[in-house]
Design a binder for this molecule. Structure first.
Ligand code: IMP
Length: 209
């Protein structure tokens, strides 16, 4: 399949943690990521009701503003005993709580209030959207299943990483390096994180020769 993307690609995120991960994921493909922050782009309102629609809104806004291909992700943590919350509101919960530590604390309190019993099943979801001028937006989704642990463990990663224990592992996302979190060779053998899994689907469709 022909490469659909080469050269400059706007990474439509203002989230530093996600930007670092996206740069790592894009690095092997000879793509020059330019961040929305560097270009001074305004963040659009995330008015969609799904991860996929919000990713498409962000990518399309960046393409409209720059005339360049743009890549955006929308992601979040879905907690089974909380009916899938915070889901698309993961960033908002942290903002309202004042920090991720407080947001993680809030999740534990809600689980207790809901009389939920461990293991607290949860999943991270990542939707990626690629928009290009005059072309239909492509979207890809990746998930990783796991459980939540309290108190939070580890200082690596970002966001809700310290409470997320991926299925089959003994360390939280806060206790493993981002290379291991993505599962990229040579340090990792398979796509592990939700973002890496969505990225793998994107790469297969859009980046392979
Ligand atoms: P958004 O996609 O920018 O709307 O924000 C997603 C939010 O979900 C982030 O701010 C984090 O709170 C959370 N999140 C998404 N992916 C991860 C991850 O890989 N680790 C930890 N938290 C994440």
């Amino acid at each position: 399949m022909a490469r659909l993307v080469k050269g400059r690609l706007v990474v439509a995120t203002h989230n530093e943690g996600k930007l670092v991960e996206m740069r790592e994921l894009l690095a092997p493909y000879g793509i020059e990521p330019v961040s929305a922050g560097e270009l001074g782009l305004v963040e659009p309102d995330e008015t969609g009701s799904t991860f996929t629609s919000n990713a498409a809104i962000k990518a399309e806004a960046a393409t409209d503003a720059t005339g360049l291909p743009a890549f955006a992700d929308d992601s979040g943590l879905c907690v089974e005993a909380l009916g899938g919350e915070p889901g698309i509101f993961s960033a908002r919960w942290a903002k309202e709580a004042g920090s991720f530590i407080l947001a993680m604390d809030g999740i534990e309190r809600r689980l207790t209030a809901a009389s939920a019993q461990p293991p607290y099943r949860a999943r991270f979801v990542s939707a990626l959207a690629l928009s290009r001028p005059g072309e239909e937006t492509l979207t890809f989704e990746g998930t990783i299943e796991g459980t939540l642990v309290f108190p939070p463990r580890g200082k690596l990663g970002f966001g809700y990483d310290p409470i997320f224990l991926p299925e089959g592992m003994t360390r939280t996302f806060g206790e493993i390096s981002s290379i291991e979190k993505h599962g990229i060779p040579p340090d990792g053998s398979r796509a592990l994180s939700h973002r890496a899994r969505a990225f793998q689907a994107f790469a297969r469709a859009c980046l392979s020769d």
